[in-house]
Design a protein around this ligand. Structure first.
Ligand code: ADP
Length: 545
């Protein structure tokens, strides 16, 4: 059995290691796959965030352009249809002039009329989101797709900006008379006013905008990782992605200022970095991970349950063997004694000797009583297990019951025994089942004698404590090891020490005693030390509390 148990233990350990290893393998793989997807997802989010910034930027440029050109006190738009004969692609010429002709914008810059077909015009008109777009709105929309128109509009605005800095510009031109007038724009840009102005802290502001859009994009992907940006005026080399670190590709950010893209210059390069990607990745696979953990715990629980069950069965098997051995002995001894007595009566003419006959019959009677006791013990425990027994409680005289028990036990064995009895609180009666409660005390006194070496000394005290009556049986016997104290009240349990092999028993006495004590609303307990004797205390409630 022991070998089989070892094999079972070994097999279960192997199975458990296998299951755990497999689960760990799958979990690590799941982490890797999810991390790779995370890397791709954050890059897509960054691209989208860049697109969002770009769209945002163009929207704001569009709003400013429309606002400024819609100011009729500043600009006038005039459309001429040049080629009336071309009915399919009607050519439109668009003139943009100063509203106030005294302040001709053509001082420095004379825009030639801008041409586009009526089809083109309708096309861009349809692109404007508002219901009935004005001409300015259509032209502004078209300017995003027609570089020449865009430059024209920018030129007009920049010249318009110059009007506010007229004196300054003239002074500049005087000192730089050798430069062509066109370079006024260079000067203009250098000064950074009007449409060439950049907002203060624009890089910081734009990083906030980018952060905002990236957060939004990550949210759309149900991701919520902590991230930083790596901004640089130049290209940067990518860092190596690890299991806990992620970063996106590098993107050019140039969506600041008013003058679009290429003209505004100074782009910067941005990457988003995720230093603690593992938290987000683990969060993503949390559910399967938890299930895996639960599965492992459940498997461990099941295996543990199987092992405990097998050990319990093994113990039961051992207890059964012990029990059969002990019972065989306990049954055989009286049967053998009775056989010998009867044989004596039959063969050795003992029937003629009245004294011998009486002795043999007495011996047989005593042995039969022992047998009866034994059978009752076994039946009692079975009955109590099935809860078949009803206690018949009655008033019992304590001193009478105890003196009967003491004298019966003194006679039972051929040992030198000294039993003292003290009714400390002079308790007259108890309310209990005479037969069963008597059996309990009898078992305990019997054990005290059985498990003590000569000369046996047993002290019995009866006293009150709280609302209970306590019976204490103290011996000077072999004692009980601490680890066994909890077990001796279990059915069939006998302490497996070498030195008590000679003491026979069923292992049922104390378990029966505990049943009875509890059935009386009481308890049974023991204090003991190896080689230092034991004290069993049975407590039952006083009849009237
Ligand atoms: P048994 O028929 O074996 O005596 P019990 O249920 O009465 O069965 O007792 C269970 C075990 O507790 C005994 O086998 C014995 O090892 C231990 N035991 C009981 N009483 C004493 C005692 N007074 N001193 C030492 N050991 C005891």
């Amino acid at each position: 059995m022991k070998r089989k148990l070892k094999t079972l233990f070994f097999l279960i350990t192997i199975a458990l290691i296998g299951i755990v290893a497999l689960q760990v393998y799958w979990s690590v793989n799941a982490y890797r796959v999810t991390k790779t997807k995370f890397d791709a997802d954050v890059d897509i989010a960054m691209q989208n965030a860049m697109d969002d910034c770009k769209k945002d930027y163009f929207d704001s440029v569009r709003v400013v352009l429309v606002k400024r050109f819609s100011d009729t006190s500043l600009f006038k738009f005039r459309i001429d249809t040049l080629h009336e004969q071309d009915t399919v692609h009607k050519q439109l010429s668009i003139y943009i002039t100063d509203a106030d002709t005294t302040k001709q914008i053509g001082v420095f810059y004379r825009p030639s009329p801008f041409h586009l077909t009526s089809n083109q015009y309708d096309y861009y008109r349809a692109m404007v989101k508002t219901k009935k777009p004005s001409m300015v709105q259509v032209l502004v929309e078209a300017s995003f797709y027609m570089p020449f128109l865009r430059q024209t509009l920018m030129g007009i605005l920049s010249v318009d900006d110059l009007k506010d800095h007229w004196a300054e510009t003239q002074a500049f031109l005087k000192t730089h008379s050798n430069i062509p007038h066109d370079t006024i724009f260079a000067r203009h840009m250098e000064k950074q006013y009007g449409i060439y102005a950049l907002p203060p802290n624009y890089e910081q502001a734009d990083s906030i905008k980018l952060r905002h859009y990236l957060c939004e994009e990550l949210n759309k992907l149900h991701l919520n990782p902590a991230f930083n940006f790596r901004f640089s005026p130049n290209h940067t080399t990518p860092n190596k992605l690890t299991s806990t670190y992620s970063e996106t590709n590098e993107y050019t950010y140039k969506y600041f200022g008013f003058v679009p893209l290429d003209m505004s210059g100074r782009p910067f390069f941005a990457r988003a970095t995720f230093g603690k990607a593992q938290f987000t990745v683990l969060y993503k696979i949390m559910a399967p991970l938890l299930l895996t953990l639960l599965l492992i715990l459940f498997t461990i629980y099941c295996f543990n349950y199987i092992i405990r069950l097998v050990i319990h069965q093994k113990k039961l098997g051992e207890l059964k063997d012990d029990f059969i051995n002990n019972m065989t002995h306990e049954l055989k001894t009286p049967i053998a004694t009775i056989s010998v007595a009867i044989e004596g009566l039959q063969n050795f003419n003992a029937l003629n000797d009245a004294e011998k006959t009486r002795r043999y019959l007495q011996t047989s009677r005593t042995e039969l009583l022992k047998l009866d006791n034994l059978v009752t013990k076994v039946l009692n425990i079975a009955a109590f297990e099935n809860k078949d027994v009803d206690l018949i409680k009655e008033e019992i005289n304590v001193d009478e019951m105890m003196s009967e028990l003491i004298s019966a036990n003194k006679l039972k064995v051929n040992k030198k025994i000294e039993i003292t009895y003290l009714n400390r609180d002079d308790i007259k009666t108890i309310y209990a089942d005479r037969l069963h409660f008597g059996n309990v005390l009898n078992n305990i006194i019997d054990n005290a004698i059985k498990y003590s070496k000569e000369p046996v000394k047993v002290d019995i005290f009866v006293f009150k404590e709280g609302g209970n009556i306590l019976f204490s049986v103290k011996d000077n016997g072999i004692g009980i090891p601490q680890d066994q104290i909890k077990l001796i009240f279990d059915k069939f349990h006998r302490i497996p020490t070498g030195n008590v092999h000679n003491v026979k028993g069923t292992g049922l006495g104390l378990s029966y005693a505990r049943y009875i004590a509890i059935a009386h609303g009481g308890t049974i307990s023991v204090k003991s030390e190896t080689n230092n004797g034991s004290e069993f205390i049975v407590s039952i409630p006083l009849k009237n509390g």
